[in-house]
Design a protein around this ligand. Structure first.
Ligand SMILES: Cc1cc2nc3c(=O)[nH]c(=O)nc-3n(C[C@H](O)[C@H](O)[C@H](O)COP(=O)(O)OP(=O)(O)OC[C@H]3O[C@@H](n4cnc5c(N)ncnc54)[C@H](O)[C@@H]3O)c2cc1C
Length: 374
C-alpha cells in the first residue's frame, strides 16, 4: 500500500510528491497521457514574486517563502538527480507599457510593500536604459531582486527522478477513472481496470479531474485561461535577468509572451495574438526585430476565482486533498519543502486562508486579490 497517491503529474503533483518522498513517505504519482496544452509543459519558467498577493498577505508570504527556498531546492534536486534546472536567481523586471501603467504599478507595489514588506523598486525610462542597454522606448518598469527563472521541463524531469530516487514511482499514461475513500484508505480504478490502494490521496489534476473531485467531496472552482508563447532562435546575451514579457533561456533562445486569453483553452496558436506578442517584444528589445522566430505554442493556465492557490481538503474524507494553482513553478519549492509536510500533518486544511472558504461572501465580504500573469 502506498502512503500517498497523487493523481496528476504536472509541476504541482510532482513537487508535492517529491516533498512527501523526501520525508520518507512511499509516493505514487499517476499521470494521464500528455497533452500539449498542459501548463506544466508550456509555461514561461518564471519564479515571480513582484505584484503577487496585494491584499492577500498569506499568498504574498508563501510566494516570497518559495522564492527564498528556491536556491536550496534547486541545489538539492540537482545534486540528487544530476539534472541541471537552469535556475537563475537573476532578479526580474516588469515593464510598464504606458505612463498610466507606471502609475498603477507604483500604487499596487506600495500596497504590497505596506502589506508584506516586499522590496520592489520603480525605474523611470532613463534608469531603465542604464539598467538594460538596448531597451526600447518604455516609460518605466518595476524591479524585484527576488524574481528568478528556471527551465520548466528540466524541473519536471528532476522532480520525477527525485521521487524515484527516494523510493517512489511516477507512472505516465495512467488515467484514473474512479476513486473511493474511507477509513481504510483510498482505492483507485485506472483505465484498463488496474486497482491502486493508498493511505492518502492528493488530486493535482489541473483543469481535469472534475468527476474524481465530485465523487470525493472536493469543490475546486477553476477555469482555463490561455497563454501563447513565441520563441526566437538563439541570440547573443541580451537579457541578464527575467522579465514578465521576455526570458532568455540558458541556450540563448528568447521566449516572448504575456497573452491572457479568457474563455479560451487548448493548444491552438493564433497569428493575431502572436503578432501582438512579437510587436511588444520588439518594442521592448528592438534587437529582437532581427531575430528569426523558431516556434510558438499555447497552453492553458489553471485559474481560481481570485488567481491565488487553493489547497482544499475533502468535505467528506480526512485523507483526501486537492490542489489548484496558477504559479506552480514559482511555488514549487514551497510546495515541496513546506506544503508537503503541512498536508501530512493536517487532516483538514493546511492553511485556512487557502481554501474555498475565502470566497464565502458572508465570512469574507471584501476579498479581492491581484495576481500577476505568472
Ligand atoms: C502560458 C503560461 C505561462 C505560465 N507561466 C508561468 C510562470 O512563468 N511561472 C509560474 O510559476 N507559473 C506559470 N504558469 C502556470 C503554471 O504553469 C501552472 O501553475 C502549473 O503548470 C499548474 O500545474 P498543475 O500540476 O497544477 O497542472 P497540470 O500541468 O495541468 O497538471 C495536471 C496533470 O493532471 C493530469 N490528470 C488530470 N486528470 C487526471 C486523471 N483522471 N488521471 C490521471 N492524471 C490526470 C493531467 O494529465 C496533467 O498532467 C504558466 C502557465 C501558462 C499556461
Amino acid at each position: 500500500m502506498w502512503d500517498l497517491v497523487i493523481v496528476g503529474g504536472g509541476v504541482c503533483g510532482l513537487a508535492l510528491g517529491y516533498g512527501a518522498s523526501r520525508r520518507g513517505q512511499r509516493v505514487l504519482v499517476l499521470d494521464d497521457r500528455d497533452a500539449l496544452a498542459r501548463p506544466s509543459r508550456g509555461n514561461f519558467g518564471l519564479i515571480w514574486v513582484q505584484g503577487k498577493g496585494v491584499g492577500f498577505s498569506d499568498y504574498a508570504r508563501i510566494t516570497q517563502a518559495s522564492a527564498r527556498l528556491w536556491p536550496g531546492f534547486a541545489d538539492e534536486l540537482q545534486q540528487l538527480t544530476g539534472v541541471d534546472l537552469e535556475y537563475r536567481p537573476s532578479g526580474g523586471l516588469d515593464f510598464c507599457l504606458s505612463p498610466q501603467e507606471v502609475l498603477e504599478r507604483e500604487a499596487g507595489l506600495e500596497a504590497l510593500h505596506a502589506d508584506t514588506g516586499l522590496q520592489t523598486r520603480m525605474l523611470n525610462a532613463t534608469e531603465l536604459a542604464c539598467f538594460l542597454p538596448g531597451v526600447g522606448h518604455v516609460p518605466g518598469a518595476s524591479w524585484c531582486d527576488m524574481d528568478a527563472h528556471v527551465n520548466p521541463l528540466m524541473l519536471l524531469l528532476a522532480l520525477a527522478q527525485g521521487i524515484e530516487r527516494r523510493g517512489g514511482s511516477v507512472r505516465r499514461d495512467e488515467a484514473v477513472q474512479q476513486a473511493e475513500a474511507g477509513s481504510d484508505g483510498v482505492h483507485l480504478l485506472l483505465d484498463g481496470g488496474k486497482e491502486i490502494h493508498g493511505r492518502h490521496l492528493l488530486l493535482c489534476t489541473g483543469l481535469g479531474g472534475e468527476a474524481l473531485r465530485d465523487s470525493l467531496g472536493v469543490t475546486l472552482p477553476v477555469r482555463g485561461v490561455k497563454g501563447q508563447i513565441l520563441v526566437t532562435a538563439r541570440q547573443p546575451p541580451l537579457l541578464p535577468f527575467a522579465t514578465a514579457h521576455l526570458r532568455q533561456t540558458a541556450d540563448g533562445t528568447v521566449m516572448c509572451g504575456d497573452s491572457w486569453e479568457e474563455g479560451d483553452t487548448g493548444n491552438q496558436t493564433q497569428t493575431l495574438v502572436l503578432g501582438k506578442i512579437a510587436r511588444t517584444a520588439t518594442r521592448l528589445l528592438p534587437a529582437l526585430g532581427q531575430a528569426r522566430m523558431l516556434r510558438a505554442w499555447a497552453a492553458t493556465r489553471v485559474i481560481t476565482p481570485d488567481g491565488a492557490p487553493l489547497y482544499q481538503p475533502s468535505a467528506r474524507y480526512s485523507n483526501v486533498h486537492a490542489v489548484a494553482c496558477h504559479s506552480g513553478v514559482t511555488l514549487a519549492a514551497w510546495h515541496a519543502l513546506e506544503l508537503a509536510g503541512l498536508l501530512a500533518q493536517h487532516s483538514g486544511a493546511p492553511l485556512l486562508s487557502m481554501t474555498t472558504e475565502r470566497f464565502d461572501v458572508e465570512t469574507n465580504p471584501n476579498h479581492r486579490h491581484r495576481i500577476g500573469s505568472h
